[in-house]
Write a protein that binds this ligand. Sequence first.
Ligand code: GLU
Length: 472
Amino acid sequence: MSNQKLSFFETVLAFFDKAASFTNHPKGLLDQIKYCNSVYKFNFPLKLRNDEYDIIHAYRVEHSHHALPVKGGIRYSEMVNEDEVKALAALMTYKCAVVDLPFGGAKGGVRIEPRDYNDGQLERITRRYTSELIRKNFIGPGIDVPAPDYGTGPREMAWMADTYHTFNPGQIDANACVTGKPIEQGGIHGRTEATGNGVFYGVRHALSYADDMKALGLTTGIEGKKIVIQGLGNVGYHASNFFQKAGALIVAVAEYDGAIYNPQGINIDALQKHRQETGSTLNFPGAKNFNNSLEALEYECDILVPAALERQINDENAPRIKAKIVAEAANGPTGATAVEILKKRGIMILPDMYLNAGGVTVSYFEWLKNLSHVRFGRMSKRFEEASNSALLDSVEKMTGKSLSPEEKNLITHGADEIDLVNSGLEETMINSYDLIRNRLKETSGIDDLRTAAFALAIDKIAICYMQLGIFP
Ligand code: GLU
């Protein structure tokens, strides 16, 4: 079968098989890792009016139970189907392994267009979906912990947590049954922007290697780089904002209704305001409109950031991509043969399972916060500030020099929750990239970051199975 015809899940299997050939695990163990452990498909009715109902089709797939709980978002989209949820659940397993989170992978999906339902209906869908998960033991702080994904956000997570609480009165860790909640309901600072922030940290770190950049004909550093973003949802918006603040030029933004282009750069905050006011990305002052949103992927730029849905770069458009780096902020944006075409053309791909792991990484911090029942920084912030101030006072006395209040604040400031979350996220993205890059350099035959990342993940999961005593 040509790779072009592979389904999304088959594409993930193809990436897996390629990487598995660079490991030494028995076939049985590799098979145990690659296939989905549990697939739950269910339907339930939503009453619209007197005798009118919609039947809602829903899924939760737990891909790998090698580590528990399993973790992964819930997607609301008309395109949700079993193959997609299985592929996304599998990617969650490898994503968690590659950035060293103690979770197996999972994903959920509800096949609806959220815009077709009002808030009350969406709440009923979410609560019923959660009850169905509870009924089958597919949710719980130590079992399976959902999170936001395409089409869902903190509001849906709050409904899920509340439903779970209702069915589990007195369960002290109940809040850890879902992440991405609003701050007031046990969420964590920095979760909303976490995936975009992780994309930024990952790209910035990849760009810091002079040799790698020289091979691509690029200089190091984000400043001045031309970036095209596909999708201005939660991930795309925050990633563009971080890139822009670091001095990059966002030259094009593609959305479902078309694309805009301005070689001088598009101000992302102004564009967001324009979208809120007009309901569209198009007709943004100073930028040129293009009706074909997909064509934006082919614009001249240094870095292309697909931050929308899967399977956007295929055999057909891959030969025309002009970027030097494809930064996969979305899950599965590049098909298996498209990957080979880009590689032959010397384009570097920062793979999804690494690059968009920022969301689940901060979800991990939220889960830890919920289990420990204390906000990060609460115990240490004031203590750190007091000891830093005392140290600074003595230095000032000894040297006879004194700093401005701003300079003092910079030195004495004790870490708050958001500082710790961002520090943990930055550390994760830097560390994981270096592990993947080393694997690429050290294993003869591996010639791209995705295969290196998969090989790393497979080894980590295999070790877990061996420790569980399931495989010798
Ligand atoms: N939906 C996000 C992802 O695809 C986050 C999952 C999570 O936080 O569990 O990585």
